[in-house]
Design a protein around this ligand. Structure first.
Ligand code: FES
Length: 79
């Protein structure tokens, strides 16, 4: 393994920068999704990600799709 951020495990702590305009990492996006960020506009209001050039929006939308299940705290099943 080549020494680098990942080799020392730092990527597991800081994540990967997704929005370079605002320095927002995938970890922050996942955390905001867990706190209820429902879409890219909501995320932009919370941390600025995706609100400038928009180059990160496809990845942001993918991350929100894959992490949206975390915002559910309980589910009531119909009887
Ligand atoms: S890289 Fe996210 S708005 Fe530009």
């Amino acid at each position: 393994m080549t020494p680098g951020l990942g080799g020392f495990g730092l990527l597991n702590i800081v994540g990967v920068i997704v929005c370079h305009c605002h320095g927002v990492s995938d970890r922050r996006i996942e955390a905001e999704a867990g706190l209820g960020a429902s879409d890219a506009d909501d995320l932009a209001r919370r941390c600025g990600a995706g609100s400038d050039c928009g180059g990160c929006l496809p990845l942001i939308e993918d991350l929100l799709d894959t992490t949206s299940w975390r915002s559910v705290t309980s589910v009531q099943l119909a009887s």
